[in-house]
Ligand binder design. Structure first.
Ligand code: NI
Length: 150
């Protein structure tokens, strides 16, 4: 495993739309491992591939409650309720802002075996799903945040 460099806000790579993964190669598996290591090292609870300069639809998320979740080609298939909470991003260090997100989110994706999986999350996990999936379409939380501090 290797720790990757996290791209910071201002780099145009964060504004691109990522391409789907069409084949889960050993390279993709290594990327998943490296992204998890990079996220943990940075003390984050989510990381999307464009944040390490790779324009592919890949996300890792880890909360205390969920454990490590690896998502390939993820899509939100259900959302319900609403929450307004502070949110931050490893690509925008030292800042946070309040966003409006659904309280409950269900995501469908492929896992590292290429099997279709679904995850449902509430609160922090729902926010993480929304935040990380937005990265895959070049969107950042500061685009929608109400009160950015830091
Ligand atoms: Ni982020």
């Amino acid at each position: 495993m290797a720790k990757l460099n996290i791209v910071k806000h201002g780099d145009p790579v964060l504004r691109k739309v990522c391409r789907p993964v069409d084949e889960i190669t050993p390279r993709i598996l290594t990327l998943l491992d490296d992204m998890a290591e990079t996220m943990r090292d940075a003390d984050g609870c989510g990381l999307a591939a464009p944040q390490v300069g790779i324009l592919r639809r890949i996300v890792v998320i880890e909360t205390e409650e969920s454990g490590l979740i690896e998502l390939i080609n993820p899509k939100i298939i259900a959302r319900a309720g609403e929450q307004r909470e502070y949110e931050g991003c490893l690509s925008i260090p030292g800042k946070s802002g309040i966003t409006r997100r659904p309280m409950h989110v269900t995501v469908r994706a492929l896992n590292r075996e290429g099997k279709q999986v679904e995850y449902s999350g509430s609160g922090l996990l729902a926010r993480a799903f929304c935040h990380e999936l937005d990265h895959l379409d070049g969107k950042l939380y500061i685009d929608i945040a109400e009160d950015i501090q830091g």
